[in-house]
Design a binder for this molecule. Structure first.
Ligand code: NAD
Length: 285
């Protein structure tokens, strides 16, 4: 059985963060990231802690704004407006999911596009579609592209068949765009896709971002494919599982990202990269 490489997202993220820390050190002003956390979702609290820890490692100032679950949309919007005006804050992130009474799409539009380090405003989505380099690219798909490039830095992805499972604005949709920009042939699969297993089995690059634990089985994976598991699913026993079934990629894929320790750390590192980029651009204005 051929050996499947386990892609070490933690190691690559640590390298990326060390490089960002060096760049931050050379800046005349310290970059600042504001994180708005509404409610008390335990998973969100863990993610915010990781982001704050990454800020500390890279020399970025972090400002966490915890708000009670009953906060109104006007109160969140007022806070975002105030953060937009602050010169010491270069990145603003609204931690998702929000409590049910708050509409994330509506609130995200309040973030100044130049500070939208999650890349989720309509402006930054448009820039991604237009391949405008002035945009800010969503962190998870950006992290996946960095992982893919690191596997074979000199090799083009052009002509590869990429199947992306999922079409959310956060993960699947921008993922498909970024792969398309690298001249992959992209199949954007979702919950209405027919014959998903057969489509996946043709993929040179398979990105699973469905949020469905163990969805991808061994016979969905083309021998020699690269499998990127974006899914982070918490099981009833508290353990984490990706969208790829345990062991499904072993001996089948050329490489696979583990969960945890694959895409997750790269997402956080790319958030630091976007904050540095935003700070550098805002200083030039
Ligand atoms: P989402 O629920 O917004 O979107 C899921 C998408 O997958 C939808 O487009 C849906 O159509 C599709 N889908 C769901 N079940 C499917 C199935 N059985 N077959 C085909 N398509 C299916 O979720 P999201 O925010 O895009 O997140 C997806 C997963 O990625 C979650 O597990 C989430 O926790 C994880 N995630 C990981 C990171 C990271 O840094 N690794 C970051 C964000 C999200």
């Amino acid at each position: 059985m051929p050996q499947t490489r386990i892609i070490d997202g933690r190691a690559l993220a640590a390298q990326l963060q060390a490089d960002i820390a060096r760049q931050v050190d050379r800046l005349p002003h310290q970059p600042g990231l504001a994180v708005i956390l509404v409610g008390d979702n335990p998973a969100s609290e863990i993610y915010v802690k990781r982001k704050v820890a990454a800020c500390r490692k890279t020399g970025i100032a972090s400002f966490v704004h915890p708000l009670p679950a009953v906060t109104t949309k006007d109160e969140v919007a007022t806070l975002i407006d105030a953060l937009n005006m602050r010169p010491d804050i270069h990145g603003i992130l609204l931690q998702l999911p929000l409590p049910a009474h708050l509409n994330p799409t509506e609130l995200i539009q309040h973030i100044a596009p130049a500070k939208d380090v999650d890349g989720l405003t309509i402006t930054n989505i448009g820039r991604l579609m237009a391949e405008d380099p002035e945009g800010l690219v969503p962190c998870t798909p950006q992290g996946v592209m960095t992982l893919l490039t690191s596997l074979a830095p000199d090799q083009s992805l052009a002509g590869k068949l990429a199947v992306v499972i999922g079409r959310s604005m956060l993960c699947g949709r921008p993922m498909g765009q970024l792969l398309l920009q690298q001249n992959c042939t992209v199949i954007q699969a979702h919950s209405h896709t027919r014959n998903l297993a057969a489509l996946c089995a043709q993929a040179d690059i398979l990105v699973a971002a469905a949020g469905s634990p163990g969805l991808v089985q061994s016979d969905w994976i083309k021998p020699g494919a690269i499998v990127i598991d974006v899914g982070i699913n918490r099981l009833a026993d508290g353990t984490l599982m990706g969208d790829v079934a345990h062991g499904a990629a072993d001996g089948q894929a050329a490489a696979v990202t583990p969960v945890p320790g694959g895409v997750g750390p790269m997402t956080v590192a790319c958030l630091m990269r976007n904050t540095l980029l935003a700070a550098t651009r805002l200083a030039r204005r």
